[in-house]
Structures are given as structure tokens and as C-alpha cells.
Design a protein around this ligand. Structure first.
Ligand code: MF3
Ligand code: CO
Ligand code: CO
Length: 271
């Protein structure tokens, strides 16, 4: 039988969602964002990333949601926690956080079949000057990308906005990982690159859902994957930061599905 409510795919294979699908994404995005709000006070020197992940696992369950990452390609955790020079896909473990460590926590939940995927930066203890600058530029680069989201613009416009902003601040955009379409699936077309040329790539249409999740390095952009075949780090050991929102394209712009209910998306907001 034809699936009328989810029938449209663009020629690039990008799903065009219906009005009512936005409500599903809103609910999923809010659960993911609220969980990150709730773990924020627990990110302190001496905490371990596996403790933070255990709390996240409990909160996913308490919300009546499902973790999208547990069981995904064999991954066993409800979050990825990427500390300092870890670019992404950091595996929660027994190492304790030290004063001044910066970390990205990335949570993806499934609520009524819809995926909410968001990550943001946290700091244990006192934020250092260089780390603060990196976090600010990474955060602001995400919003430069989001501001390029409207029907008629292209994915290249998003990537270009991010890249131009980051490079103007003499930092580098990671090329080896990208954002992705999502909705009733975790990872779908297109690849949302965080670099690119204006006017290139698929044209944005109302009803597209995707993440934007730039990773920015203080040093060079190259990454390598550790022997665990999972954790990605900067090759030059420089600090790396990332922020991620799940976004929908509306008639005249965008909707962010993963806004922080407590206004805590940026680590130095909210006191
Ligand atoms: N949430 C990550 C993303 O933004 C994916 C994590 S995959 C995992 O796409 F398996 F490592 F958890
Ligand atoms: Co993502
Ligand atoms: Co994510």
C-alpha cells in the first residue's frame, strides 16, 4: 500500500515531511535537549563519563523514550562523550574529568518513532581562554549555518556559511564527519557538509529534516580513528568542539527541534 503521509522523496533521495511530522520531531527533540539540560550540573571535575552516560540512560528511559545509539552498529551507550581533543564518537568510560576539560555530549532519542539528535559542549570546572574561544566560534558557526536554512537556498550555502565563519577565526572545520537527514530514521540523505561553495548541492525544500553538527578544531582539520575503531580524535592533538541541532525547513526558514528548554545550550549561559 502506498504510504501517503511520507510519499515524497526528492531526486536526491531527501524525504519531504508533512506538517504533522513537525510535531513528532518537536517532541523527540525536546526530550533529547531536556536530558542534556539535566546532566549539565553533573559535569564537574572528578565525574566520569560513564557515570554521565548512566544518568543519561536512566533519563531516556524515564522519559518513555528509546536510545537511538544503544545497539546502533554495535554501540552500547546512550551517549557519545568526546573530551578535549576527541572530535566525536567518544565512548563513555571510567576516566575522571579534570578541571578545565571541555566535552561534547551527544544524545539521540526515539520518541513515537521520531529521532531527536542534539549535542552541545560542557566544561568541567573553569573554562580556559582558548577553549572558551573555540566553543564560542563553534557555537556561532552552527547558527551561521542554521541562518542559511530556508527554501531555495542550498546545502552548499549552509556549509559555506559555517566554513567561512570558522576560517575567519583561524580555526578549522572537520571534513571527515557531517550532519545528516533524519526523521523516522537516524541517518538519511543528504550528507550535510560543514564546508562548501554557495549555490552548490541539493536545494532546500519545506519539510526537509536534518542535523547540522559542525566539529571545529583549534589546529588542523585532520582526524584519525583510535584502535577501538570508534573514537575520532584530532591528528595534531588540538582541542575540538561540536554543537548539533536537529532542524526542519519551514515555509520561510527553519525550526530548531532541539532547543534547550532551560536555555542551557551554550555552556556559559544560564549561570
Ligand atoms: N548522534 C551522533 C550523530 O550525530 C551519532 C552517534 S552514533 C553512535 O550522528 F553510535 F556513536 F552513537
Ligand atoms: Co547527528
Ligand atoms: Co548526534
Amino acid at each position: 500500500m502506498e504510504d501517503k503521509s511520507h510519499a515524497r522523496l526528492t531526486r536526491d533521495g531527501i524525504r519531504i515531511h508533512e506538517d504533522q511530522d513537525f510535531a513528532g520531531m518537536r517532541a523527540a527533540g525536546e526530550v533529547a535537549a531536556r536530558i542534556l539540560d539535566e546532566v549539565a550540573p553533573l559535569v564537574v571535575p572528578g565525574a566520569t563519563t560513564e557515570e554521565l552516560d548512566r544518568v543519561i540512560t536512566e533519563k531516556v528511559e524515564a522519559a518513555g523514550a528509546k536510545s537511538a545509539t544503544i545497539g546502533y552498529k554495535g554501540y552500547q551507550h546512550a551517549s557519545c562523550i568526546s573530551v578535549n581533543h576527541v572530535v566525536c564518537h567518544g565512548i563513555p568510560g571510567p576516566k575522571t574529568l579534570k578541571d578545565g576539560d571541555i566535552l561534547n555530549i551527544d544524545v539521540t532519542v526515539i520518541v513515537d518513532g521520531w529521532f531527536g539528535d542534539t549535542s552541545r559542549m560542557f566544561v568541567a570546572g573553569k573554562l580556559g581562554r582558548k577553549a572558551e574561544r573555540l566553543i564560542q566560534v563553534t557555537h556561532d558557526s552552527l547558527f551561521k549555518g542554521i541562518e542559511a536554512v530556508r527554501p531555495g537556498n542550498t546545502f552548499g550555502d549552509i556549509g559555506h556559511a559555517i566554513q567561512a565563519y570558522v576560517e575567519a577565526h583561524r580555526m578549522s572545520v572537520v571534513r571527515d564527519f557531517c550532519g545528516h537527514g533524519l526523521g523516522r530514521v537516524f541517518h538519511a540523505p543528504p550528507n550535510v557538509l560543514h564546508y562548501g561553495r554557495p549555490g552548490t548541492g541539493p536545494v532546500l525544500e519545506e519539510g526537509m529534516f536534518f542535523t547540522i553538527e559542525p566539529m571545529v578544531n583549534l589546529g588542523r582539520p585532520e582526524t584519525k580513528v583510535l584502535a577501538d575503531d570508534w573514537t575520532a580524535v584530532t591528528r595534531d592533538k588540538s582541542l575540538s568542539a561540536q554543537f548539533e541541532h536537529s532542524i526542519g525547513v519551514t515555509a520561510d526558514g527553519f525550526e530548531i527541534f532541539t532547543l534547550s528548554p532551560g536555555g542551557l545550550f551554550h555552556p556559559t549561559w544560564g549561570g
